[in-house]
Design a protein around this ligand. Structure first.
Ligand code: TXA
Ligand code: MG
Length: 344
């Protein structure tokens, strides 16, 4: 923190105005870390080519240096000096950018190995959020930005979530209100031209849509770990990630929760408002993410609800799974990680 303000002045919320955007850009150019809204979740941004700034990013987040960062920019041209775009990568950029798609491509020597955790590939994304784009326009810097949550915890979908998690350790937050999508971007690895493209993290751009755009088979799931990848295909693929502190257990849509220990309450998160006559076990309170089971609406509100339930002192959170296709794949992926079950 280099501002002249005293500790209790932080974090400072920068307004969603040209003045707020200009201030965020100025701070980023000076090597500071600023929390910025994107259409998926809030990111903790720093100048990607400034190693000192990137180091403070890792430190604030408590993120191990083996976990590489996504670099954000405006479009393919913005990244020309940083990465090699194959025809497949160009097609994805033309079709899905700006938007919630992160591509893994081969990097150039301009990208510090600190950003990519020693890999020869880099994750790139051109976000669609107008404020994030305005900041990129104003600072003209590639921005490394992991989700703005302490490592392993739920991603933030509101400026307030960033403040609750970090207090003054993240001094500046550009307040863009609630994120429109609420789940992290889809990550697709197109760096290996001899292998089919592979979705490393399902997200708002579905596997079905990507297969249609690319007109080929798209694999899903982490790559086999190899010594070259430091033993990890993508550390965000760790079994326990995006987790609340309260124990969370998944239920099929036909399953009912048990009862919490005597004297304690539990929460049951449904995708859709239950029918009035559906029975609920004793001391279990029911919440729903959408009136009618709309998965986009469920995704938008998931992390906010889980954060609120996490602070409410429940003994347990039961959560209903989504159907295993489309956006349901991304929702279930995050729910399994929140439950600490990874890809199992
Ligand atoms: O929606 C999003 O993608 C948000 C917003 C802020 O853009 N960002 C985000 O970043 O979710 P983060 O750091 O929380 O997750 C990025 C994931 C991590 O799991 C990381 O391991 C993986 O991307 N990743 C980054 N570079 C990679 C690479 N070269 N190869 C494989 N995985 C990579
Ligand atoms: Mg994250």
């Amino acid at each position: 923190m280099t501002s002249s303000g005293s500790a209790e002045d932080f974090p400072a919320f920068l307004p969603p105005t040209p003045t707020g955007v200009a201030r965020a850009a100025e701070l980023l150019r000076a090597g500071e870390v600023v929390a910025l809204p994107t259409e998926t979740v809030y990111g903790l941004a720093a100048h990607a080519l400034d190693e000192r700034a990137v180091r403070s990013l890792f430190a604030i987040k408590g993120r191990p240096l083996i976990d590489p960062l996504i670099v954000h920019g405006l479009d393919v041209n913005f990244f020309v000096n940083l990465a090699h775009f194959t025809p497949m990568a160009r097609l994805l950029a033309e079709t899905c950018w700006p938007g919630p798609l992160t591509m893994i491509v081969r990097k150039t020597s301009a990208v510090p190995l600190l950003v990519t955790a020693g890999r020869d590939t880099v994750a790139l994304r051109a976000p669609a959020h107008p404020l994030m784009r305005a900041v990129l326009e104003a600072c003209r810097l590639p921005l490394a930005a992991p989700s703005a949550n302490p490592f392993g915890y739920l991603s933030p979908t509101r400026a307030e979530h960033v403040r609750t998690s970090f207090g003054g350790c993240v001094p500046w937050i550009l307040d863009g209100g609630a994120c429109a999508l609420g789940l992290e971007s889809t990550i697709i690895d197109v760096s290996d031209t001899s292998a089919p493209p592979r979705i490393l993290r399902p997200g708002p751009i579905t596997a079905e849509a990507l297969a249609q755009i690319l007109d080929c088979r798209v694999e899903i799931g982490p790559r086999e770990s190899t010594p070259a990848t430091g033993g990890l295909a993508a550390p965000g693929m760790l079994a326990r990630h995006y987790s609340p502190r309260t124990p969370l257990e998944l239920l099929e849509s036909t399953q009912k929760p048990g009862s919490p220990p005597v004297g304690r309450r539990a929460a049951w998160v449904r995708l859709q408002r239950p029918k009035p006559k559906e029975a609920t076990p004793n001391a279990v309170e029911v919440f729903w993410l959408s009136e009618d089971g709309n998965l986009a609406e469920a995704a938008r509100g998931l992390y906010d609800l889980l954060r609120r339930l996490d602070m409410a002192g429940y003994a347990k959170i039961w959560c209903e799974c989504a159907p295993e296709s489309g956006l349901g794949l991304a929702l279930n992926d995050r729910l399994r990680r929140a439950a600490g079950r990874g890809n199992s």
